[in-house]
Design a protein around this ligand. Sequence first.
Ligand code: FDP
Length: 338
Amino acid sequence: MALPETSVITIERFIIEQERLYPEATGELSNLLYDIALGAKIIAAAVRRAGLLNILGSAGAMNIQGEEQQKLDVFANEALKNSMSHTGRVCVMASEEDEEVITTDGNGPRGKYAVLFDPLDGSSNIDNNNPVGTIFSIYRRLSMEGNGTLKDVLQPGRNQVAAGYIMYGSSVMMVYTTGQGVHGFTLDPTIGEFVLSHPDIRTPDSGMYYSVNESYFARWSQAMQRAVRGFHGDFPERIRAKNSRYIGALVADFHRNLVSGGVFLYPEETHKPRGKLRLCYEASPLAFIAEHAGGAATDGLNRILDLVPTELHQRTPLVIGSKRDVEFVAEILRESQA
Ligand code: FDP
């Protein structure tokens, strides 16, 4: 029997080694990333056992978006909050599952970071044993002391100091960036550690996939319909024809396109005038990752990272992935305005 590799680069080792590149670093961000990795392992264990433990199905309550919460949503939310709220590294958190910001009252000192997360994205996939994910976004606080405030979490995405996601798929992966490359780690279940598997991910300039819920085609603007026709192959002189792939779990669709090249779209449509996805804890962190991997992200026309949120749970249309493909959509939308 082959023995396991003994010199693997664990996420802890990688984070510490990256931190050494910054003499001024205090180690707080590194430790916060490690806290999130711990929360992810706890969620991964629950996702793996979901079918066995009979914790599938709805918890009965609605979340503030009016969607029925799944039990695992609730669990993931608690796991992340607990992994971060006692360490003194965070002054405020915000979650898709909580209407208001979450302060760390009574849990010791307050740190300099504000963290936003979508604890279990794509949760309608849970009952079908399809992939789900966690998305997180980290900012330096703007407020001076004590508990953080809404102001700390309503920052434009370009201010992020780190962002990442965890995908609970056929294997569990954590992908993050602190602005120094995008790095992917796969959870090795035999040692319980995230191990570096995808160093320095770069996304192709134009991809082979487009991902969109095409059942909404008739509800999009004519310009958006034209852009998607471009991905079907209608304008070969302008854009490469693509293959369609849509899982319906943002993290999984985004991850595939990040690694293989492609574009994910969730446009505005007549029933959802601002699209479906949330700016602060879905679009912004993934946009930060896409850009640091050489890709791009817009709301169709405007760069996601420049949008200044006014509400915690606000929605935005999203076009994200390979740079040329995202630009193509903006070109078509601009032409329709001319
Ligand atoms: P879900 O509602 O299952 O949580 O974030 C919302 C999200 O999933 C994304 O993960 C996914 O990309 C999208 O909604 C799917 O929406 P449609 O079913 O409208 O395509």
